[in-house]
Design a protein around this ligand. Sequence first.
Ligand SMILES: Cc1ncc(COP(=O)(O)O)c(C=O)c1O
Length: 389
Amino acid sequence: MDERQLENLAVSLKTPSFVFDTDILKARAAHVAEKVKPAKLCFAIKANPFLLQAMDTEVERYEVCSPGEFHICVKNGVKMEKIVLSGVNKEYEDVRYAMEQGVQHFTAESQQQFYLVNRCAEELDKQVQILLRVTSGNQFGMSEADVTELIQRRAEYSHLTIRGLQYFTGTQKKQIKKIVGEVAYIEDFIQKLEEKEGFVSQELEFGPGLGVPYFTKDDFEEDEKLLDAFTEIFKEERPYEVIFEMGRFLTASCGYYLTKIMDQKINDAVNVCIVDGGINHVNYYGQNMAMKTPILSYFPQHELEEKETEWTVYGSLCTVSDILLKKLVLKDARVGDYLVFHNIGAYSVTEGIYLFLSRKMPAIYLYSEEKGAELVRDQLETWILNMER
Ligand SMILES: Cc1ncc(COP(=O)(O)O)c(C=O)c1O
């Protein structure tokens, strides 16, 4: 959408709020899906579960990492065969429930999880597919030794088909070299398993953690270059199906965060601007105490005087770390004007520290050229969660 449409939304919708532009999202996901072919896309829904439906035509699979995320999929009518049930902590009731609902793909992040999925499959007499997640040295996934042992004993588990490996090491990667190294490592392991254990992988589910530009000093062309360099790694078709698990790279660019200037003052010679949002809602990876300036729009709601002022913009929390912007030069900014943060479609909606100070959670709108802005979640009071019931 253009700046005029964005201003109209800021003025007409509630603040603070998120607006996710599903036209931008669909175009972005279609572009990435086309580029990575014949590999397919898996949407890591933790990045933004409000985009599940808009994303549906472009992605083959949804990575679901908690019982809560699974309920969101059920409520949204997601096809169970599109789900891969993942997550570092899986409980019996949740795995069994998902399997009863028709989920066919699971990951195992430990040998115990493998046995758990097997137990549920046996109890329900279902045949399910499992991916073994390989660790990158943290709490996620299993060691090569554990993976190898399960593969050696695979014939004992007649209800499970081990489809292959899952590998994800972290997010917001800007260096293609790191990703090249990860691909080389995991594909080398796949080959070792074939040579030594006679195990032929049918699938690799790989999360590249591709980074996106967030701040004014970032190179915005880098984004496409990174995608080009990444697709180059997978230029040659593999003998197994390749699925890329992605969140941030697909969703960041479709999101806007609308906030309004509520107060202004000069404290110790610093021009202070208070907005009705804050760091409780805004989560740009790599941002700390407003050391960097994200891309934003300023929408004054009055005749402008020719005076520019440098502002420090704070949110509404009771903490000195609630700084959104430092040294931001605005022309004649006043109470009632709007600031709109761009590229906020990934993780801000799920990773915010929403309960602090019992402030309201932002409203959420989905926007498209055809339908305009649709309220999909109203502002939510949180005080009720911060008291005895
Ligand atoms: C297992 C797994 N896959 C994929 C992702 C998505 O990562 P990104 O948003 O960087 O694409 C995550 C994010 O935490 C993850 O944990």
